[in-house]
Design a protein. Structure first.
Length: 145
């Protein structure tokens, strides 16, 4: 397995000459390096989210289609790939919601935007698409009562 220094591309990047040789623990650590820091995931800004998502997308290009060395390795690799996919969904959605709402906080958009009273529906793996789905205003009122 060939690696590139984290300073070349950021903490989430692992360059591989043979994706079958990837250690799932390396993928998990790289994902954690992007989602654990509070300055990325809690104090969210467009620049921090975009930079992190770029690193996660680069990692996905390397390991998204990797296959396991053997059956014992298979479950751990799929779990690591699922963690990576989830992190990419999370940050793609966070970039699409340019407001603060509920548990989602944006330092660069500190207030709610009534025009964004909708769900974000994400799909895809290699290319993540985001679409909006209308929400019945009464649903939230009923849930809060």
């Amino acid at each position: 397995m060939q690696r590139v220094s984290a300073t070349d591309f950021g903490p989430a990047c692992i360059a591989l000459s043979d994706t079958k040789g990837i250690d799932p623990a390396e993928i998990i650590k790289a994902v954690q390096n992007e989602v654990f820091p509070l300055d990325i995931n809690y104090f969210r800004t467009h620049s921090a989210l975009s930079a992190s998502l770029k690193r996660l997308d680069a990692l996905w290009e390397n390991v998204g289609r990797a296959t396991a060395l053997n059956e014992d390795h298979s479950l751990k690799l799929r779990q690591a790939q699922a963690m990576l996919a989830t992190a990419r969904f999370m940050y793609r959605a966070a970039l699409s919601r340019t407001e603060t709402r509920g548990m989602h906080r944006r330092e660069d958009y500190p207030t709610q935007n009534p025009a964004q009273h909708h769900r974000l529906i994400l799909s895809g793996l290699d290319h993540i698409a985001v679409r909006h789905e209308a929400v019945d205003p009464g649903v939230y009122k009923q849930a809060a009562e």
